[in-house]
Design a binder for this molecule. Structure first.
Ligand code: UDP
Ligand code: MG
Length: 314
């Protein structure tokens, strides 16, 4: 039995050694893992600190450490994809390097997959302690919204932390899209998944790579990748405005016929103009978002480019 652990790292020179130490400790102290071979697959997502040097150092000492280093920052999704593509384990886990994904859960995941017959087991945090309240609020709104407008059932607080069997990994890899929203992809592929709950843990070292802005863009990407409802909404808006316009025209024409044509109504004209202009731009924007994503997909660019790796020399 072999377990690959994919760990995306971006500027994590402080966290990486701590992670490695804790991971080894967990592995040695867990009886159930005594006969299990581990492969640590670190993916350096174009870090500009010494993350990659730390990885190479670890790989020199430990044969089970594999690394993939990108030519630039391609994002966590790309890093996960690269890791999964190169993982050779019977089971594969994805885990953050900052120890916000509690290591003790790996055993529970392992049991769920090996003993209880689940195809994957994933972690979800039930609290968001230590996070700015405004961020938690918007995160909750996002989960509620995407549950309503897409077919996938994203669970609030779902992490990318997950253990999967080969069948599940192959299914995830069969989705070759460029705009990868892993949380959605993991749900989309189906199979039997078990959710394990835990309380939020704060980052051990380094800082989060997610600004509020980056998170917002990520949320929009997620919606666009898994739902076309915004397009339907744009159409509905259009229909509604057409109806309103029809009523307004009737009103204007009748008033003209009854009362003649005194010059007035600059204010109302401006209101109508601005509203329609705004809605039009909004809808064009929505359309543009989908078009942009389609454009990127049709280019068929690779999801990531590797600079250095030791994955070939097994
Ligand atoms: N990460 C990455 N590429 C990026 C941003 C983040 O590989 O462009 C990695 C990062 O090193 C960490 C994980 O993704 O292992 C989660 O990032 P972070 O802890 O910053 O996110 P948060 O836990 O705050 O959501
Ligand atoms: Mg984190």
């Amino acid at each position: 039995m072999k377990i690959s652990v994919v760990v995306p790292c971006y500027n994590e020179q402080e966290s990486l050694p701590i992670f490695y130490r804790e991971f080894c400790k967990m592995r040695e102290t867990t009886e159930e893992f005594s006969g299990v071979e581990f492969e640590l697959m670190f993916v350096d997502d174009g870090s500009y600190d010494s993350t990659f040097a730390v990885m190479q150092e670890l790989a020199e000492k430990d044969n089970n450490v594999k690394y993939i280093s990108f030519s630039r920052n391609f994002g966590k999704e790309a890093a996960i994809y690269a890791g999964l593509q190169n993982a050779t384990g019977d089971l594969t886990a994805v885990m953050d390097v900052d120890l916000q994904d509690p290591l003790y859960l790996l055993l529970q995941m392992y049991k769920a997959v090996i003993k209880d017959g689940y195809d994957s087991a994933a972690a979800r945090r039930v609290t968001r302690k230590g996070e700015p309240p405004i961020r938690s609020f918007f995160a909750r709104c996002f989960y509620r919204l995407i549950a309503k407008i897409s077919k996938i059932e994203l669970v609030d607080g779902a992490r990318d932390y997950r253990l999967m069997n080969r069948k599940f990994v192959n299914a995830v890899l069969s989705l070759k899209e460029y705009n990868r929203f892993s949380k959605g992809i993991f749900c989309w592929v189906g199979f039997k998944n078990k959710w394990l709950e835990f309380e939020n843990v704060e980052r051990r070292a380094g800082e989060t790579k997610w600004s509020f802005w980056k998170l917002s863009v990520y949320a929009i990407d997620g919606i666009i990748a898994f739902s076309t409802v915004p397009l339907v909404l744009a159409t509905a808006f259009g229909v509604l405005l057409c109806l309103l316009a029809f009523l307004a025209i009737m009103f204007v024409v009748l008033r003209k016929l009854i009362y003649g044509d005194p010059i007035q109504g600059w204010a109302s004209t401006m209101c109508v103009l601005l509203t329609i202009g705004g809605v039009q731009l909004l809808c064009t924007g929505i359309l543009g978002q989908y078009l942009a994503k389609t454009y990127m997909e049709t280019k068929n660019r690779p999801v990531y480019i590797i600079n250095k790796t030791n994955c070939g020399d097994r």
